[in-house]
Ligand binder design. Structure first.
Ligand SMILES: Nc1nc2c(c(=O)[nH]1)N[C@H]1C(S)=C(S)[C@@H](COP(=O)(O)O)O[C@H]1N2
Ligand SMILES: [Mo]
Length: 550
């Protein structure tokens, strides 16, 4: 607030109207008008986008482009801080930045409404460019952003023209002055300022109706898609996986389930909106260094002999002790079978898999052809793949981190060479090869928690260890600075799944303790104690926790 009274006199007549000057302070109403118009842009284009690709909404497209330019260390940091809530954090950050930008446009609009409208239109146009350049979008997908922008600009102009008397009559202290002669007279109802709202109302109603229709159409389409997912009957695998023995789950209260339910399975991907892939128009193309290109539609893929396999997936961004790993029973077509049919040519050493959303992964050819259960999966734990996990088809490769193997919403396999092509994360600083490192974790107790002694004065610890495709041979636990104690392992399922462990600490002393864990893989190699951050090829080190025996 400016205090006019304490100003030293400048000798000017205080009653003389000053030359028109800037309104003092922030024109809050105009700022709000800017933010509201900005939200109109987002909401309307979002609604309209239901009838188009899932990344045709401007916020999704801009966020997606942002995700694409995030360097490895920042991705790593954000996942480290927020885990799988990273997308929510990005959405909120984008909305805040957007509110500031549109608020500033509104502020500008208090004096220069036309300039504000132009800026908002430019903002929408810029978003349109992002929408257009997203991998799964076509030119038509720009329509929602265009429609939203046009309407938002109309509304901004209407709001600004209604935001009170024009700035020249609206200065601080204007109350105690007679209104300048140029002020719009209340008796003139058809002042220019009133014209835009009226036209806007007519145009706006029409456009709004069109958007609601598009939104309804979009909702119907996505309902239709969920129906298709629900109706899809999983093919019976030619080769069943052995059922999971009860002993795979150790008897320690608080342990995670050996098979991760689909709804609890960690989700990591660059897609801000889950891609909507219609199985009836889906196809897979296998090409590159092959004798014969192959193109399969979904029913042809389903007609291939399927196998079933228990495989634990792990994300390279998982920190020591973290939970970016999950174990599921997959049903799918062995990748090797299709590659064999296409005829891989000499010199190829990599298969680049591509998703509808443009994500790519570079998988060593060897890992797809050496006999392990590398699959084009269509089923997860007895259901079709959930949309978040890649419906209708994804890759699953035992032993490799997801970023080099587990492409969801798969549409293309290019047989190529590491020397010729890079993939999404490998062109952003992550390692070319991504074998999963041997890892072990204490699940019970969690860091800082209490353990109750049982009747015999013992406590139970439990956890999970994995070394996919090598298997887990042993797990040892050290309490305080004591000897390494051998943990008891749950029944092994396959070398591609994780193993649970349990340790009964018989002479548990009350008080504060530390526990650390290490595993030995199936080749006899001890998990390294060397600390490493996730970037560039996976974390390492022994998981250590503090806990209290009550
Ligand atoms: N299309 C697509 N597929 C993807 C990703 C992605 O960003 N986009 N991320 C990969 C990574 S880094 C991991 S760890 C796994 C995670 O699979 P999930 O989300 O089913 O657990 O998916 C992989 N497949
Ligand atoms: Mo990952």
């Amino acid at each position: 607030m400016v205090d006019l009274h304490s100003r030293p006199s400048t000798g000017r007549d205080p009653r003389r109207p000053a030359a028109p000057r800037r309104p003092r302070g922030i024109p809050w109403w105009s700022a709000l008008a800017g933010i509201a118009s900005g939200l109109v842009l987002l909401a309307l284009s979002g609604l309209c986008s239901l009838a188009f690709s899932s990344s045709s909404a401007p916020l999704i497209a801009v966020g997606g482009a942002f995700v694409d330019v995030v360097p490895a260390w920042l991705k790593d940091l954000v996942i480290g801080l927020f885990g799988t809530r990273d997308k929510l954090v990005l959405d909120i950050s984008m909305l805040l930045v957007y509110a500031v930008v549109t608020g500033l446009i509104g502020v500008l609009g208090a004096r220069h409404p036309r300039a504000a409208a132009v800026l908002l239109a430019l903002l929408g146009a810029a978003a349109g460019v992002f929408v257009f350049t997203r991998a799964q979008n076509s030119a038509a997908d720009v329509v929602p952003t265009l429609v939203g922008t046009v309407l938002a600009v109309v509304i901004l102009r209407a709001l600004l023209s209604r935001s009170g008397p024009s700035p020249s009559a609206h200065g601080h202290g204007g109350r105690d002055k007679p209104a300048p002669a140029t002020a719009p007279s209340p008796a003139a109802p058809t002042s220019p300022a009133d014209a835009p709202p009226r036209r806007a109302l007519i145009a706006g109603t029409g456009v709004l109706a069109a958007i609601v229709a598009a939104g309804a159409q979009g909702i119907a389409t996505s309902r239709d898609l969920s129906r298709k997912v629900a109706q899809f009957v999983l093919p019976t695998p030619r080769k069943r996986a052995a059922p999971i023995p009860a002993g795979a789950q150790v008897d320690v209260a608080g342990m995670p389930p050996f098979v991760t339910p689909n709804g609890d399975f960690y989700r990591i991907d660059t897609a801000l909106a889950v891609p909507r892939v219609d199985p009836t128009s889906w196809s897979l193309r296998i090409h590159g260094l092959v004798d014969q290109e192959i193109e399969l539609d979904f029913s042809q893929l389903l007609a291939e002999p399927m196998i079933e396999s228990h495989v634990t997936l792990t994300c390279v961004s998982n920190v020591v002790g973290g939970d970016l790993a999950g174990n599921a029973t997959w049903i799918g077509v062995p990748v090797a079978r299709l590659l064999e049919r296409a005829g891989v040519q000499d010199g190829a050493d990599m298969v680049l898999s591509r998703s509808t959303d443009g994500f790519t992964a570079s998988t060593p050819l060897e890992a797809l052809t050496d006999g392990r259960d590398s699959l084009l999966a269509v089923g997860m734990n007895g259901s079709p793949l959930p949309p978040e996990h890649g419906y209708p088809v994804r890759m699953v490769v035992p032993g490799l981190y997801g970023y080099v193997s587990a492409t969801k919403w798969l549409t293309e396999l290019t047989v190529t060479r590491f020397a010729d092509q890079t993939a999404y994360w490998t062109s952003r600083g992550w390692s070319e090869r991504g074998p999963i490192k041997t890892a072990s974790r204490i699940d019970v107790p969690r860091e800082g928690k209490d353990l109750e002694v049982d009747g015999d004065g013992a406590v139970m610890l439990g956890g999970t260890a994995w070394a996919q495709h090598r298997g887990v041979r042993a797990v040892q636990v050290q309490i305080d600075d004591g000897d390494w104690l051998d943990a008891e392992l749950g029944t092994a399922v396959t070398s591609d799944t994780w193993t649970q462990w349990a340790l009964r600490w018989a002479d548990a002393r009350p008080g504060k303790h530390t526990a650390r864990v290490r595993a030995t893989d199936g080749t006899g190699e001890l998990q390294t104690s060397q600390h490493a951050d996730p970037a560039p090829n996976g974390s390492s080190g022994w998981h250590t926790i503090r806990f209290t025996v009550a």
